[in-house]
Design a binder for this molecule. Structure first.
Ligand SMILES: Nc1ncnc2c1ncn2[C@@H]1O[C@H](COP(=O)(O)OP(=O)(O)OP(=O)(O)O)[C@@H](O)[C@H]1O
Length: 604
């Protein structure tokens, strides 16, 4: 499969771009909490610097007190100040953690909402890209990690950097070489973490398709819709094999990446450790040479272990997880940047008809066009049937005629509006549809139907519900619905399950419930037997009398109810006309019709 515009293989997004996109979220969502949390973080960082400085004064005062150059009260005063600073630092630490966690929880909710909103605004054609599934999969994980990244970055700037600058400056004033060695120790470890980030970003790109396959196979093994086939056909063992191999492939890839980065980290830690002992050596030498006071030595010695611990934390834990997660965060950002359908809001009545002029359509990444040179008019109040063999382009044509997709070339006008220029919401507003692959929502019968027009008021809702149920020939008083409209349609939620035929009627009722000017039936009767189907289509013809309607069907007998039949062949219109006209033409339609008639007569 070729990659396309929506594929994850876009230009790499830099850390700077990632942060530039994340910060506005952080500021826009809960600005006061965000700023306060960081102000506390800065105060916390400064408190460590203050502690080191007070320690030096304290140790110096102790040495002076020993040689009786100063009084005990000075020592006690400094000890009290040091104790107060330590308690203050702890309080700030607790406050910083608490505020950070509160902010994190709030942001997770906020970002999840943003993701769902984004998904609802995506251009539907994006869903034709298999890579998009990877992107969504990875974006979900990236969303949580993006918060980690944001926090780490902010903490580095508001806590660690001020602290290291202070310490660097402090060491510099004692002996310049001490500050320099601090930097030399720091750099190799940062480099190792950046390499680690690159390794994990690459791993993420390789792992996502495997994970997608792995999750799909898992569904084949466990999901209800598959279990009959997997058990009866003995496919269980087949899927378990696939599951095992995907699992081990994933494990091997992760293990290799971990091993590489751990070895790298180990090497870099050695460098850090060498630096640590180097600084200690220089400190002792400087003290013995009388370059620094005993107090300075003691303060630096006491804080240097802590400082290295902190450096280790910021580099391996903070920067490490940041770079490791950068790959997934990039996917989140990429997801947020996926194209949305733009266009103006307009009042469009799809019931006024649809006009297609010289329309062609090619799926993203596809080698050839699925529809070519389509010119067709669906007039106001007209019912057309679209027929054709498998793969002829029927569903694609419906997607264009309902404005779900826009054409690659040519123009589609719904109710007079060019689908490329108006918002998706404006186009769908007056359209309803029943698809062959409808959804079985695990909700009450009423909710299953009302989902198609939730904004309707209570009165219209009750009346509309009864009407839709009647039109779809659903007998709510029959045993299948023990609680009438309130029957829960899921065993999982203590309700009932329906037969395939009844589910299909629920889907049809859902389609009828929505107020519409145009209705599309895309093979909605596949699970209903032919006699029932014929009744339903007769009824549909009555209902569609005042509506603009499109029917897609494989059973040509049902197409007869249409005012006009459009025959598609390999993405082109082969013929149009009424049933009788097309039969007289003895073309594609007549050929298909007689093949089906023959099939029925053989069956009889
Ligand atoms: N996402 C896609 N990417 C690439 N090609 C696609 C995609 N979806 C459909 N096609 C191709 O477009 C052509 C038309 O498909 P379409 O589903 O519209 O036909 P159809 O007449 O509705 O078929 P059927 O009766 O089997 O449902 C086919 O050749 C199909 O392989």
């Amino acid at each position: 499969m070729k990659k396309n515009d929506y594929a994850s293989a876009g230009k790499p997004i830099s850390l700077f771009t990632v942060l530039r996109m994340l910060f506005p979220f952080a500021l826009a969502s809960f600005p006061v909490l965000f700023l306060l949390t960081n102000a506390v973080g800065i105060a916390h960082g400064a408190s460590f610097g203050l502690n080191t400085f007070l320690s030096q004064l304290f140790f110096d005062s102790v040495t002076k007190a020993v040689s009786q150059q100063t009084g005990l009260s000075v020592v006690l005063g400094l000890a009290a100040a040091l104790g107060a600073a330590t308690i203050g630092s702890e309080i700030l630490n607790g406050l910083h953690n608490f505020m950070g966690k509160t902010y994190y929880r709030k942001m997770i909710g906020y970002l999840s909402l943003r993701m769902n909103e984004k998904a609802s605004r995506l251009d539907p054609i994006v869903y034709e890209s298999p890579e998009l599934l990877d992107d969504i999969n990875k974006a979900n994980e990236g969303m949580t990690n993006s918060l980690g990244l944001l926090f780490t970055t902010v903490t580095i700037f508001t806590f660690y950097i001020p602290y290291f600058i202070f310490m660097g400056f402090y060491l510099y004033t004692l002996k310049p070489i001490l500050a320099l060695s601090l930097i030399l120790v720091f750099i190799p470890v940062v480099i190792s973490q950046l390499i680690r980030g690159a390794v994990f970003a690459g791993l993420e790109d390789q792992a996502a398709p495997i994970r997608r396959e792995f999750e799909y196979v898992e569904r084949c093994i466990c999901d209800r819709e598959y279990y009959k086939e997997t058990r009866i056909l003995g496919a269980f063992a087949f899927f378990i094999d696939l599951y095992r191999s995907a699992l081990s492939l994933l494990a091997v890839k992760t293990w290799r990446a971990e091993l590489r980065t751990r070895l790298l980290e180990l090497g870099m830690k050695m460098v850090t450790l060498a630096g640590y002992f180097g600084i200690l050596y220089m400190l002792v030498a400087a003290m013995l040479d009388g370059e620094i006071s005993i107090g300075s030595f003691a303060a630096v010695f006491a804080s240097i272990g802590f400082m290295f611990g902190m450096m280790e934390e910021v580099i391996t834990s903070q920067i490490g997880s940041m770079t490791k997660n950068l790959g997934t965060v990039r996917n989140f950002i990429r997801f947020l940047k996926l194209p949305e359908r733009s266009g103006e809001e307009a009042r469009i009545n799809a019931g006024d008809g649809v006009v297609l002029s010289d329309v062609s359509f090619r799926y993203p990444g596809a080698d050839s066009e699925s529809l070519s040179d389509i010119t067709l008019e669906l007039k106001k109040g007209e019912t057309i049937a679209i027929v054709g063999e498998n793969g002829a382009g029927k569903t694609t044509l419906i997607k264009l005629m309902t404005g779900l997709y826009v054409p690659s070339t040519g123009v589609v006008r719904i109710g007079g509006a060019d689908t490329r220029n108006v918002s998706a919401k404006s186009v769908y507003r007056e359209i309803t549809a029943v698809f062959q692959k409808y959804q079985r929502y695990k909700m009450t019968l009423e909710d299953n139907i009302r989902i198609s027009d939730p904004d309707e008021g209570e009165r219209r809702s009750k009346h509309g519900l009864q009407l839709a149920v009647r039109k779809a020939d659903l007998d709510v008083n029959a045993g299948a619905f023990p609680d009438g409209h309130a029957t829960m349609l899921s065993r999982e939620f203590d309700g009932v399950d329906l037969s395939g035929g009844l589910w299909q009627r629920v889907a049809i009722a859902r389609g009828f419930y929505r107020i519409h000017g145009m209705i599309v039936l895309d093979e909605p009767t596949a699970a209903i037997d032919p006699i029932e189907e014929s009744n339903l289509y007769k009824k549909f013809a009555e209902i569609a009398k005042d509506n603009t309607a499109i029917i897609v069907t494989h059973r040509l007998g049902s197409a007869k109810i249409a005012d006009r039949i459009v025959v598609l062949d390999q993405g082109r219109i082969a013929e149009t006309g009424t049933h009788d006209e097309l039969m007289r033409k003895t073309g594609k339609y007549a050929e298909m019709f007689s093949a089906q008639a023959q099939w029925y007569s053989i069956q009889h």
